[in-house]
Design a protein around this ligand. Structure first.
Ligand code: PGA
Length: 236
């Protein structure tokens, strides 16, 4: 595990973007596992900037996202598909048909879970997975539980997650209560992992996740077992 302390959020974003940029330069047809949330926004901005300068070419790159709210389609401005288009894909030359986010509005959500796992396998797995971390230790929407959920599955969001995400909605009541998320197995099978955490409120959970016992009560703690994990944090 590599643990890198960033000076501030801009530094964290540049460092994370450098890691992703190196991946795409070294392997233009990489499969990037991507994440939503406020933490990766600066990383995406930096990558867009370097793309505009001609430093990175995403034309052969594919992406696969961690999760989506159940009940929101891609036109809903709180959906993760909308977030990814708006914060990243619409500003670079990745082909939209090569970008994948689970559907939150499939008729059969169980079948969507199976389809998503097959999609990851058919893409040959994930080269690098970008991860944020929730205050409860979730990665994607793998919430604390009795066991690590291996494959893509449906979850009921924790109260803490709903509260944290309410800032993006008109009110807490509008936050969807359910989500579809990639499982721990798919995340752990990614060839590289890049966890980013920003802010003093993330200090305690990051320390527990990377130094504490491995337990499904802190889903991110499983990452300690990954052979190629980089953690970049700024707790200022
Ligand atoms: P945040 O979310 O980047 O908005 O803090 C992280 C997460 O919940 O995974």
């Amino acid at each position: 595990m590599r643990v890198i302390e960033a000076k501030d959020y801009a530094d964290l974003s540049r460092k994370a973007a450098n890691v992703i940029s190196a991946q795409v330069i070294l392997k233009p047809n990489s499969v990037l596992g991507l994440a939503t949330g406020s933490t990766p926004i600066g990383t995406y901005k930096q990558l867009i900037d370097w793309y505009n300068k001609g430093d990175i070419d995403f034309s052969m790159t594919k992406s696969i996202n961690l999760d989506e709210y159940v009940g929101l389609d891609g036109t809903n401005d709180q959906s993760y598909r909308y977030f990814m288009d708006n914060n990243f894909f619409d500003h670079i030359n990745i082909k939209k048909e090569n970008t994948f986010v689970p559907s939150g509005v499939a008729n059969d959500m169980e079948a969507e879970c199976v389809r998503y796992d097959k999609l990851i396998a058919d893409m040959g797995g994930i080269d690098i997975q970008l991860l944020g971390i929730g205050h409860d230790g979730h990665i994607g929407f793998n919430e604390p539980g009795a066991a690590f959920e291996k494959t893509t599955h449906l979850v009921t969001l924790d109260e803490r997650t709903i509260e944290a995400n309410a800032r993006f909605f008109a009110s807490k009541d509008e936050v969807p209560k359910r989500a579809i998320t990639m499982g721990i197995k798919s995340i752990m099978q990614a060839r590289k992992l890049l966890l980013i955490a920003n802010g003093p409120d993330k200090k305690e959970i990051v320390q527990k996740a990377i130094n504490g016992p491995v337990t499904p009560l802190i889903p991110a703690s499983i990452l300690q077992f990954h052979p190629d994990l980089t953690v970049i944090y700024c707790f200022n």
